[in-house]
Design a protein around this ligand. Sequence first.
Ligand code: LLP
Length: 428
Amino acid sequence: MIVEKDNRLFIGGVAASELAKMHGTPVYAYDEETIRMKVRALLDGIAYQPLRIFYAAKANTNISILEIIRDEGKGRAGLDAVSPGEIEIALNAGFRQDEIIFTSTSVTDEEMKFAIGKGVLVNCDSLSQLERYGRMSPGAKVCFRVNPDVGAGHHGHVITGGPESKFGIWAADVGSAFGIVEKYGLKVVGIHEHIGSGILETEKFLTAMNVLLSIIEKNRDRLESLEFVDFGGGIGVPYRPDQKAIDFREFGAAVSRLFADFCSSFGRTLSLVIEPGRFLVAESGVLLCTVNTIKSTPSHKFVGVNTGFNHLIRPMAYGSYHPIVLVNNCGSGRKEKVAVCGDICESGDVFTRNEAGIADRELPEIREGDVLAIMIAGAYGFSMSSNYNTRPRPAEVLVSGNSVKVIRKPEEMSHVIYGMSAGDKNKP
Ligand code: LLP
């Protein structure tokens, strides 16, 4: 667990300040137990059987984290890969080929060939892809993604249902999809949707489930080989203090009831699949950084740290809120309003912001040299990091109880500069 104890922040059994001392900053630190707990919460929270999850690896692709999810899933956790790279990571993490689904967009023939070669199920995102896949692999198993014209999510950038979204086959075109399926003798084993990310109100999720299920019902004669329905990911976690986690028991019960009723009227027991990303990993991770500069303008007191949107882009990209904790004084004493900013050369590089701009945060008094934890950074943190400003990516460490393991070394500067290690650079 990540907890405050005696006014100090702990990742598992290790003080965050110790982690910073041992591994330097910036560093991403993850708590193994939190990930395991979230996998169990999901699998236990949805009573319907058979239930499978495909972890949306894009949230955090560190191979050690994939291994934890696979292990805790005990045969029920597969992986949703969006690129050949993610297929490769999944196989290396020990997922079997039949536990991986390839759900990409604007897909090339080469990428499909790669997935087919690895024996991974292809989830087609467009009529174009379905046609090309059919041509390439007549008679093969296939899944296709439907855009149900229902979208949800924490920001416009991550809403993936509706006419503004590039994803899936538009619901009204599903008939054409079946035309292609029949032309190439494809076997539709799965139907998929994903309406968006960061959903804390589950009503839209259930509405979209209903839309997809009625499409399946309408096409039941063409779905003899259907094995599963995949309703995508998107379950949110609370970031802001005023946000509430979804009532997972209620949600799990509603999803189970809806799907069980559908299967009994459909006359077959299908597998229920969901694709959680953020839900499993967001709360397991923090980005630790060190304050190096404090300065003021008439509008703000800026607290400058040694990381930036090159390492955690969510505040900059979506105006997302991440709690920030002073690791050695989580809450006591005098507080003041500050803007915590990064070391990237853009004014938008402020961690305490919303979509409109800088939003000061009330924090205990901070001094240069203090270590801060940017919280709930386990999802879409490292996986969206970059080398902007020619800065290397940080290390990632995994805390398991009292022990700490480096699960990714800090990126070597020579990789950033030359795209290879210093040793290789000197080889002919
Ligand atoms: N399935 C599909 C097909 C997806 O495209 C995604 C996320 C997921 C599952 C998992 O969604 P989740 O459960 O994590 O919400 N970078 C953004 C989020 C982008 C999500 C993209 N697709 C952020 O930091 O909020």
